[in-house]
Ligand binder design. Sequence first.
Ligand code: ZN
Ligand code: MN
Ligand code: MN
Length: 285
Amino acid sequence: MPKIGAHMSIAGGVSRALDRGEELGLDTIQIFTKNANQWTGRPISDEEQDRFKRRKEETGIDPVIAHDSYLINLASPDREMFQRSLDAFEDELLRCHCLEVPWLVMHPGAHLKTGEARAIVQIGKAIKVALLEQNETEVGVLLETTAGQGTQIGYRFEHLRDIMREIDLPERVGVCLDTCHIFAAGYDIRSREAYERTMDEFDKIVGLEYLQVIHVNDSKRELGSHVDRHEHIGRGQIGEEAFSFFLNDARLWDLPFILETPKTAPDTQVPMDTVNVELLRKMLR
Ligand code: ZN
Ligand code: MN
Ligand code: MN
């Protein structure tokens, strides 16, 4: 059975995300290992690393997945920005290593109107450098499918395949599939047939064996909109049924399913993680 969880806040320390996950009864969580809107974070103290590992054991929450900072752009054509991104990315890998987090999810990058082909090669080379420089850790990188908003790379499965070929370290690279993003990118999943077609295409181009994490989000915007706006499960343009195709696909049963939906209902302060988690659990046959 797939493990179901959500992205959890690390306010008060990284280990607090596990406390919050336990309170909600989650099987798995995703975290930022530092403030996602800043370039650098305080090193994680030994005490905090110990508390994190102890709470992980106690709560049974497994795996814990990390997501990198939104500022990082390994496709940047600006030398200084690129170097800053690469340094920050390597630091993210080290932070994961300290916490024994197996995978770092990342957005491939935005080419900023300098062309997709060049960007894809640059991203691949950069990730390779980071992984080779941080070779005392086994932390791996998950390329996330994107909606293709602005000049983002990653809205075609071919982009991810080409980046992975460039990295050429298959054991340390995988893919995170975001349901909202692929739908906004134009991959339909709303009917059984559409779901099978999309997954077949993913398998042919990337390979299902590289799929490590599913981000389960409905989409505020329509198919092919290229707009990245997450919605509560069943309340967006994707609709409830698509999520039951994913959850009941035996090929995906070992994977963590992680919600990145809004934390509260619109106009009210009603917490929504529990509602979304319960809905997903009910769909499991
Ligand atoms: Zn993401
Ligand atoms: Mn995502
Ligand atoms: Mn998104």
